[in-house]
Write a protein that binds this ligand. Sequence first.
Ligand code: NCD
Length: 355
Amino acid sequence: MKIRNLIDFNDMSLEEWEELRALAFRIKKAPAEYRDVCKGRIMATLFYEPSTRTQMSFQTAMMRLGGKIIGFSDPGSSSVAKGETLRDTVKVVSGYADVVVIRHPVEGAAYASSLYSHCPVINAGDGGHLHPTQTLTDLMTIHELKGKTEGLTVGCCGDLLNGRTVHSLLRALMRFKGNKFVLISTPELKLPTFVTNELLANGCEIRECSTLEECIGELDVLYMTRIQRERFKSPEDYAKQSGIYRLTSDKMELAKADLAVLHPLPKVDEIAYEVDDDPRCVYFEQAENGMFIRMALLARLVGAERTGRCPAYPLPQKAFCHNARCITNHEKYLPELTKTVDGENRCCYCDSKIK
Ligand code: NCD
C-alpha cells in the first residue's frame, strides 16, 4: 500500500481499496493465519472522545495480529489535562508506537496529527468531519452482501450534517460508477456543502426526501444514523431533531426483499427493537467486519517506515480557516495549508471553503 496515513478514504486509490478489501476477506476466513503479522509492533490509541466499537475493534484487531497496545480513552487522565498541545502529544506518542489511531472532537485533528507523527496516523473520527475506517467497514459489508459497491441506490437517513460516517461513506461511494444517493433528513440536518459540492462535481444523482416512507422501496442500501447529540449547541436544539426518523417493521414492509440496512452504531431510538431481528438488518455483522478490515489496514500500515524528525512548519500569521470547529482555530501553531478541490480553495484540515 502506497499511502502512509489514513486520514480520508479518498487518500487511497481504488486499487489500494480493492487490495485491502481482499485481504480483509482472507483474514475473515482464516484469522489464525495472521496472528503474528504485527508481532513486536505497538499501536497507540489516542481517544479524546468516547468510543466503544472503534476503539475496541482497533484494539482487538492489533491483538489478533500479535501486536500490543498503549493509549488513553480518557484525555482527563493524560497530560492533555495539563494543557499539552496535540502536536506535543503526537510527537511523543509516535516515538513510542508504530501506528497512532486518533479520535478527536475537533475537525481536522487527525490531519494535524499526521504533520507531526513519526509513524502512520489513522483517523478514527475527527469531530463531525470524517471517519474513514468506518467507511472501510461499510464498503466491506456492502460488498459482502451485494457483490459490488457500484450501481446501487443508497439512502442515508438521520443526522447528515454532523454524521462523519455519512460524509466519508458518500464521498467514497461517489467514486464507484452508477451509485445514486437518497438523502433523508430534516432541512436543519442536511449534508454539509463540502460533501454536497463534491457529489455534484462528480456528477452524482442525488434526491432529497423528508420521510423514509417516500423512498424506502427504491433502496438497495439504507444507512441509518443517530442524531449526534454531542454536536448540538443546546439540549433544546437537539430535542427539536431527535425522534423524527424511526425505522419500524411497517416501513420495512415497504422495502425491497434484499435491502441491506446498515448503521455505524451506537443506535439510540432510530431503529425499533423488533426490526433488529429482520435479516435485512446487518449492523451487527457490519460491526464485526470492522475488526477484520482494521486488521487488514494495520497489517498494511505498520510496515510503513518511520520518518524521524518531523518537518518544522512556519507559524501562521492569523487564523485562515473560518470554520470555528476546525482544529486550526483550537491549536494556533498549525501551518496554513490549503488545497484546491473542484476549483474551490479548501482548508486541508477540515475541508471548509477558504474565503
Ligand atoms: C460513529 C462515530 O463515532 O462517528 N460510531 C462509530 O464509530 N461506530 C457513529 C456515531 O457515533 O453515531
